[in-house]
Design a protein around this ligand. Structure first.
Ligand code: OGA
Ligand code: NI
Length: 377
């Protein structure tokens, strides 16, 4: 742990006196105790980041960023238009496009998804309203436990090498939806409304992915992939030193599938062929990415790909990640590679696991780890 106690970029030089007196653990704890998150630091008018947000140049620049990826058609995140999904010919093409996007990128953007534009706008406004309330109001939700509604900054704040510049409101929406009063008043109604839309949309995607795997369209739904979903309502304030940290460190999502709504600021990047590629904001699009559990049950056919969010001097950036999983309301069900996909030439690559067990391993390896590898046969 010792090397984690100072900003990583100091590691190459011998520690200065200032480093030696910097007690990282204490600083992190004091920050956590404010229960005011990253936005609290911004409200306090800081011009420099507390050092525990600094990440090493090696971590910040682990792969080159392809800034002009729009110039290379091979390096554009695929866009899938669902208009025509009811037409048998177009349906086949859409399934094929989704199969290749999920195998090669693990990420795609969907247009003509059917969720009204005003709902998308209003739900991002709702997330903003929550995060922009006085700290006394948000504080009541601040928690590092597994509460079904909670607000915090960096789930791994106390363990990570460098903290990310963002605050999060977690709301478990399904399968067991709590009474509406459990959700913060600032965003309650619109989260509940968006939840219904995104669940139906998620079922459409699971149906198309089932077909892409050569399964019956209801297969993934029937085994519970769309049964539960949790919202991660993210808020990335403008950052005074955006080049020294990230909004969200590189990570895989530990769920079956994520449906992400982002605003127009940008900063999300996906790792593709050893390059960070921007996932450009598109008015009215929803971003879909394959999570670890879908990679596991598809026996590596669909890919859960690393992604990250840059910190920016402009902001706040707001996004809402809908994670399809039941990890906060665990069931005994276990998941392993689907028998229908296995053959002598395609033997199972993973052991079976419950969702909760998977999540425990995921948290134990932290942001940079690849938890899936722990389940390899
Ligand atoms: C996530 C995530 C990206 C974003 O919540 O897992 O990757 O753009 N979010 O906020
Ligand atoms: Ni993610």
């Amino acid at each position: 742990m010792a090397e984690m106690e100072i900003g990583n970029d100091h590691q190459k030089t011998s520690p200065t006196k200032e480093d030696q007196v910097y007690d990282r653990e204490k600083a992190v704890k004091a920050f956590d105790d404010t229960k005011a998150g990253v936005q609290g630091l911004v409200d306090d008018g800081i011009a420099k980041l507390p050092p525990f947000f600094y990440m090493s140049p090696e971590d910040l620049h682990d792969h080159p960023t392809l800034t002009d990826s729009y110039l290379h058609s091979d390096f554009q995140v695929p866009i899938i238009d669902l208009n025509g999904v009811l037409d048998p010919n177009e349906h086949k093409e859409i399934v094929e496009k989704m199969r290749s996007a999920s195998e090669e990128w693990g990420f795609f953007q969907v247009i003509n998804h059917g969720i009204p534009q005003h709902v998308l706008k209003e739900v991002l406004d709702g997330v903003r309203r929550f995060h922009e309330q006085p700290r006394e109001v948000k504080m009541k939700y601040y928690s590092r436990e597994t509460d079904i509604v909670r607000y915090y900054t960096n789930y791994d704040l106390l363990q990570s090498k460098g903290a990310s510049w963002r605050d999060t409101l977690i709301c478990v929406m399904a399968p067991d939806t709590p009474p509406p009063e459990k959700y913060p008043f600032a965003c309650r109604d619109i989260l509940l409304e968006y939840s219904k839309h995104v669940k139906s949309f998620g079922e459409v995607i699971f149906g198309l992915l089932s077909e892409a795997l050569g399964l019956d369209p209801d297969h993934l739904k029937d085994i519970g992939c769309s049964e539960g979903h949790t919202f991660g309502c993210q808020y990335y304030p403008a950052c005074p030193e955006p080049d020294r940290t990230l909004g969200h460190v590189r990570h895989h999502d530990p769920d079956f599938l994520t449906i992400l709504l982002q605003d127009q600021i940008g900063g999300l990047q996906v790792l593709h062929k050893h390059h960070w590629i921007d996932v450009p904001p598109m008015e009215d699009a929803l971003i879909v990415n394959i999570g670890d559990l879908l990679q596991l049950i598809s026996n590596d056919k669909l890919k859960s790909v690393e992604h990250r969010v840059l910190a920016k001097s402009v902001g706040p950036r707001i996004s809402l990640a809908c994670l399809f999983t039941t990890h906060l309301q665990p069931s005994k069900r276990v998941y392993g590679p689907l028998k229908q996909l296995l053959s002598p030439n395609n033997p199972p690559l993973y052991t079976e696991t419950s969702i909760l067990n998977y999540l425990k391993s995921y948290t134990s390896v932290g942001g940079l780890g690849n938890a899936l590898s722990l389940f390899k046969l």
